[in-house]
Design a binder for this molecule. Sequence first.
Ligand SMILES: [Zn+2]
Ligand SMILES: [Zn+2]
Length: 427
Amino acid sequence: MLADARKGKIDLILTKSVSRFARNTSIVLEATRKLKELNVGVFFELQNINTLSGEGELMLTILAAFAQAESESGSVGAKMVYQRKYEAGIPVQYLERSFGFKKDERGVYIADEEEAAWVRKIYEMAADGYTPASIKRYLNENGVKTVGGAEWIDSTVFRLIENEIYKGDYIMHKHFVNEERKLVRNRGEVDAWYIEDDHEAIVSPKLWQKAQDALEAKRDYLAEGSVIEEFTEENYPYMNRIYCARCGHPLYKGIYSNGNRLNWGCSGTKRYGKSFCEGINIPDGVLRGAWHFDENMYIGEKQTDKGKKEFTYLKEASWKRRHKKKEPEPIPENTETEYPYREKIFCGLCGSRLVRHVNTKNHKVIWVCNGRKRKGKDFCDGTRVPDIIIKGWGEIKKDIYIQRKDEKNGKKRYSYTSKKPKGADRA
Ligand SMILES: [Zn+2]
Ligand SMILES: [Zn+2]
């Protein structure tokens, strides 16, 4: 299979599970890495892992943990085996692909000074109250890459801060392989051992703990508002009295985390988009804690330089003294003056004219295939282009045929040519 992959015969390998792919997980790890270098992905159905996916880096780390957990749970006296290895000076492999560590000439994991400096910076920032999201931005802005050469995402920062390996400790059996051969977090199902001073530390236990406390405080903040009750005025006395201080539109309830978290957001943003109002997002617990008003309140949001949010509350009378409720721009008339290109745009699929369609809900203009509109979807799949896209193309001198392309990341791209599509029959 590897030979075929090298010849470019394979794009993606589908396999039932990690255990089916190869008997030994370290072989899996080695093979998937080689394949990844050849840009060939492996999809493990049972574990739902695609090694080429956006979080493939994380996935490979998980696979490494899988390998470790598997070898640990393979023997009855795992701890004994581990201790014997440890005493014999046999290097353990679990720090492989951990940012901040490298192997020395004996094969023992030690701090990689260049990366370790970043690790210390991450812990200092976290202890100082910076959020994982703002730390991620800082790392990416400074060109720091993960072990796999990827950009940082919130969860890679979060996992790094939480990881006890950075203070030199190691939890054996933090994860284990269950009966379905899935790697799961050990929540007491199997014995775990916490090994102190297992290897060279990068941060002091004190700094490590400070960072945990700061993360914990952040989590408490998010958990506020985690009890969601029936939506009555009794349970939520403010539910019809809260407005966005940016645009004056009422706040609506947004439920997150599978129904476990309640936030209030700007309905102006929801309806008309970010360009209309930047929006606000206030956890219910924060609002509840601050609420002692019996009148309408306009709520503002500010981001501190540490990436935390602060909220302000303004009574309606004082808000109205300086602001007016923002209304969306009226939809212009459908004339040549407003849309100089209106006679020149056609469907890139069937060649029909594009006609204007107004979405009254969000006040947006889109241009749609008239062939599809009049003759149905059997005639044409239909091109739909937001007006703002066409405006962005500047002056259009001759007829253009517009097509949409959906990109892998879910984004839509529009392009046009002056060539009529094949077999075009203008409607
Ligand atoms: Zn708003
Ligand atoms: Zn069409």
